[in-house]
Design a protein around this ligand. Structure first.
Ligand code: SF4
Length: 497
């Protein structure tokens, strides 16, 4: 006799528009949900941040402290349920996975917790370097696919805009997939290889030095050439006749600069090939590049014209230095008023070291930026505009994985968050493609009811953390991960919102 064993049916995940049918023992297309014995399980554990009540401060940032709740909710630790591992509100009309009440400083508060699916999102990447990475507006590529562009440089840093809805949805299928992978890796703190059209090859990783064309960047500039002249004018006085700080943006010339004038620097007859902006400040002395001060200069003398023989004298001394102090050279004029390179006098060495000392370490910074739209807001309230207004009126605090966010002014809910202030691996993806990011809305209970919140679904913090909360409305949680609050983050729940 033989008996047929019934093949387990596939179950459907409806946590995103892909609507995977998942067989027992398998995971869905995003690896976030799986079928475990016929039940839909969220694979990443629910992340709960905690801090000691006694001192109000966490001991060590983001160390895992255990997988299992120890039953201690109020005695010695404050806890905050983040959206990481909580599950997603989809379709839009469902209440968020967790709507948690707690009491903070005598105020009843509510935190609405959900993993948002962001089609409108990207990362702003700040790369501390003087080196020219590529022309503004040029494409940034990963694996050959366009995933972003070079945007306006900031003081001492080059900026990239990565992701965005046009790369995620507006190009080919591969472009969308690679953009999503790149964003996910960047936001989860992994190293990403990028190349810029007409520019550099990069390795970028949050909170790590950038690698530009194979070389790790060490330091930021002390300032632009003009600022460096101003900062160090008095230290160079009487040690050298002229100083030029070479910079791709604003090259500074001591004897002409206001900083030199006010402390009595004499004219030297120097002539700079570049566009004079104001006295002692020159633009466009060379092309952008990987040489002196972010220019393509290998020989700094290239930017000098002939010295004015009415003002210059043989023996006149000249120090040329870059904005990071990495490159420097010392010259004296010969009888024909031609600069001849000589060893740097010992007396000048401390001032060059001072530039170096004032340069901060070069790092990459990754800030996630996303717009909270339909499903997110509907998961909080039946009247989504109520949440928008509450956020805009600063009655609702938004955190991402417990980290503080910056909300853009104007319409909608567009937030930015430093990914290094969030717990590890806070981000996920779905293959639509879109990024999954945790988001929490915290407000007073009074305000939550006033904005039409899902008051019937509010769960006390103790119940939410208790072992029984593993079973959610439409899926099962995969345990809990407790992490210490980030030392630099404000606690997400304040007494008043
Ligand atoms: S991609 Fe992930 S979230 Fe979307 S339906 Fe499949 S398993 Fe669920």
């Amino acid at each position: 006799m033989s008996s047929k064993t019934a093949k387990p049916e596939k179950i459907r995940c409806d946590a995103c528009p892909v609507m995977c049918y998942i067989a027992d023992g398998n995971s869905g297309a995003c690896d976030r949900y799986a079928n475990q014995d016929g039940e839909l399980i969220r694979l990443d554990p629910l992340t709960i941040i905690e801090k000691n009540v006694a001192d109000g401060n966490p001991v060590v940032p983001f160390l895992e402290t255990g997988e299992v709740w120890d039953g201690d909710v109020v005695q010695s630790k404050e806890r905050f349920i983040t959206a990481i591992g909580a599950g997603t509100t989809y379709p839009d009309y469902k209440p968020a996975p967790f709507i948690v009440s707690s009491n903070a400083g005598g105020v009843d508060t509510v935190t609405v917790v959900t993993e948002g699916i962001f089609s409108y999102c990207g990362a702003k990447v700040k790369i501390d370097t003087d080196r020219h990475l590529g022309p503004e507006r040029n494409l940034v590529r990963a694996n050959g696919e366009p995933v972003g562009h070079v945007t306006t440089a900031e003081y001492g840093s080059q900026m990239l805009s990565i992701g965005g809805v046009h790369h995620l949805t507006g190009g080919g299928k591969k472009e969308g997939r690679v953009t999503c992978e790149t964003l996910l890796a960047l936001c989860n703190g992994q190293a990403v290889e990028l190349s810029i059209d007409g520019g550099a090859d990069l390795v970028v990783q949050a909170n790590k030095p950038p690698i530009v064309n194979g070389a790790a960047e060490e330091r930021m500039r002390v300032g632009c050439g003009s600022a460096a002249v101003g900062m160090f004018a008095s230290q160079w006085k009487d040690l050298v006749d002229e100083v030029v700080v070479v910079d791709d943006h604003i090259t500074g010339v001591m004897s002409e600069h206001q900083a030199g004038k006010v402390i009595g620097w004499q004219e030297t007859g120097i002539r700079i090939k570049g566009r004079r902006s104001t006295p002692g400040r020159y633009f466009q002395v060379a092309n952008p590049g990987n040489g002196w001060g972010g220019t393509d200069l290998v020989d700094p003398l290239t930017i000098l014209g002939d010295f004015n023989p009415k003002k210059a004298k043989p023996g006149l001394s000249l120090l040329m230095v870059s904005t990071t102090g990495e490159q420097f050279a010392y010259f004296e004029l010969n009888e024909d008023l031609v600069p001849i390179e000589k060893d740097v006098p010992e007396a000048l060495a401390p001032s060059i070291e001072r530039i170096d000392e004032n340069c901060e370490p070069a790092l990459c910074s990754v800030v996630f930026m996303g717009g909270a739209g339909g499903s997110l807001r509907a998961g909080v309230t039946e009247n989504p505009v109520g949440l928008t207004r509450s956020v805009q009126d600063s009655l609702t605090n938004i955190t991402c994985g417990g980290a503080p966010t910056y909300r853009w002014p104007g319409g909608g809910i567009t937030v930015m968050v430093d990914v290094t202030r969030m717990p590890e691996n806070s981000f996920g993806y779905v293959p639509t493609p879109a990024i999954v990011a945790p988001i929490e809305f915290t407000m007073s209970m009074e305000n939550y009811i006033a904005l039409g919140g899902h008051a019937d679904h509010v769960l006390d913090l103790v119940d939410a953390i208790s072992a029984n909360s593993g079973r959610q409305k439409d899926h099962i949680l995969n345990g809990q991960r407790f992490v210490d609050a980030h030392a630099n983050n404000p606690w997400p729940i304040k007494g008043k919102h």
